[in-house]
Write a protein that binds this ligand. Structure first.
Ligand code: APR
Ligand code: PHB
Length: 389
């Protein structure tokens, strides 16, 4: 098989890139390890920056997102029984859109299917070959049958556990990582959200987050021990702990119900440099991971896709290699700003095991400063709604 761009990974990054390339008449093939239903079964964050909204519009996939998404002009931060609001509209003039990543992925799958896009599911043994030549190709199997794709370029959109990052030689690759000493226990419940905007809570018992998908689908998280498993937490224990971590007024209003999904995610900051090796370009989680606190995972995958899509357009439409030569540096410049914000916001809101008394005082002072200082709130809002591409 021949294509212009071979895309490894059918998550949001690979799908969005493939659909954008299609709109510009550039051919691609997606190789996905799992089934479509498996990919759509993943529960992920649901806060979209305007940059991603614009990309979905450019990809012709924004209709349902605009119909069902919720525009949010602010978010709340609480510590103990104190709570204050960060007004995105006042500080940036930009909202965020609340719309589940699962729905973004579903819309993209539907668009690729409608366009007759080539997606191979349940692929195995993916190998990237000759990425550092002008004739790269990908080997893989489907149902035990060996296959080969000749291509001009390879987009590694196969997430943190994919194979693309490993194709960059260790002599070239530099990796940066921070593992956080806690996880997030998340619950999805068919209950009305406790608040119409998100609540990020720092409490003496640990972090909590109150989010939503729609008027009757809420998403809650509490910081938990890395040794916990979802089975350790009954629904009742989860709700009681969540109530202890958010202000009393909201706790008293919390509508609880059976969990329809319950899972624990570890928290990690991770970046690979460079994000390009010859004709191979890494996008999204294949290149970087953020703790979910700032909801930057999908949104940073989107900015990678923006840079790579425009670089490939420039190559095919104008014969210019400027974009592809500048991709890694340009993408990493924004990736590191998202890493910083995600690390800072996580450090502000979580209680760390064995946290020194002084460090706790610094955390509360940081919260008090953010609460009282317009410049601090503007800086936080600009990062949260999304820095410019
Ligand atoms: N071959 C083919 N596909 C693979 C391989 C492989 N060897 N390894 C992984 N994949 C697939 C996974 O099954 C997954 O569907 O690549 C896809 C990668 O998707 P994501 O992990 O969702 O990563 P990305 O598309 O970059 O999206 C980033 O999604 O998972 C969230 O937290 C993440 O919000 C972030 C966003
Ligand atoms: C979510 O709704 O899943 C969500 C929202 C905001 C975050 C993280 C997760 O920062």
């Amino acid at each position: 098989m021949k294509t212009q761009v071979a895309i490894i990974g059918g998550g949001p990054a690979g799908l969005l890139l493939s659909q954008l390339l299609h709109v510009r008449g550039i051919d691609s093939v997606i190789l996905e390890r799992k089934t479509r239903d498996y990919v759509l079964g993943r529960i992920r964050a649901g806060v979209l920056e305007q940059g991603l909204v614009r990309l979905m519009e450019e990809a012709g996939c924004a209709e349902r997102m605009h119909a069902e998404g919720y525009s949010h002009d602010g978010a709340l931060i609480s510590y103990g029984d104190e709570m204050f609001r960060i007004d995105f509209a006042e500080h940036t003039g930009t909202p965020v859109l609340i719309y589940g990543q699962t729905e973004v992925t579903r819309d993209l799958y539907d668009a690729r299917e409608k366009a007759g896009g080539k997606i191979e599911f349940e692929v195995e043994d993916v190998e990237i070959r000759d990425a550092d030549t002008d004739q790269p190709h990908v080997l893989y199997t489907v149902g035990g049958e060996a296959r080969r794709i000749e291509c001009d370029f390879i987009a590694g959109c196969d997430g943190f556990h994919g194979v693309s990052r490993q194709a960059i030689p260790l002599s070239v690759r530099r990796e940066y990582e921070k593992i956080y000493p806690f996880g997030w226990l998340g619950v999805l419940s068919e209950t009305p959200p406790v608040n119409h905007e998100l609540i990020y809570a720092n409490s003496e018992r640990g972090f909590a987050l109150c989010s939503m998908r729609n008027e009757n689908l809420s998403r809650y998280y509490i910081q938990c021990s890395l040794s916990d498993s979802p089975a350790d937490w009954t629904d009742e224990a989860f709700w009681e702990e969540l109530k202890r971590r958010i202000p009393k007024a909201q706790a008293d209003q919390l509508v609880t119900g059976p969990s329809i999904e319950k899972s624990i995610a570890p928290l990690r900051s991770f970046v690979t440099e460079p994000m390009r090796w010859g004709r191979l370009f890494l996008c999204g989680d294949a290149a970087h991971i953020v703790p979910p606190t700032g909801a930057k995972g999908l949104n940073t995958a989107a900015s990678d896709v923006h840079y790579l899509y425009n670089a490939l357009r420039d190559y095919y439409e104008n014969g210019s290699e400027t974009g592809i030569d500048g991709y890694s540096q340009k993408a990493l410049a924004r990736v590191w700003k998202a890493e910083r914000f995600s690390w800072w916001f996580s450090s502000l809101l979580h209680r760390y095991p064995d946290q020194a008394a002084f460090d706790l005082k610094m955390q509360i002072a940081d919260l008090e400063f953010l609460r009282s200082n317009t410049a601090a709130q503007k800086a936080m809002a600009e990062n949260y709604v999304g820095l410019p591409y």
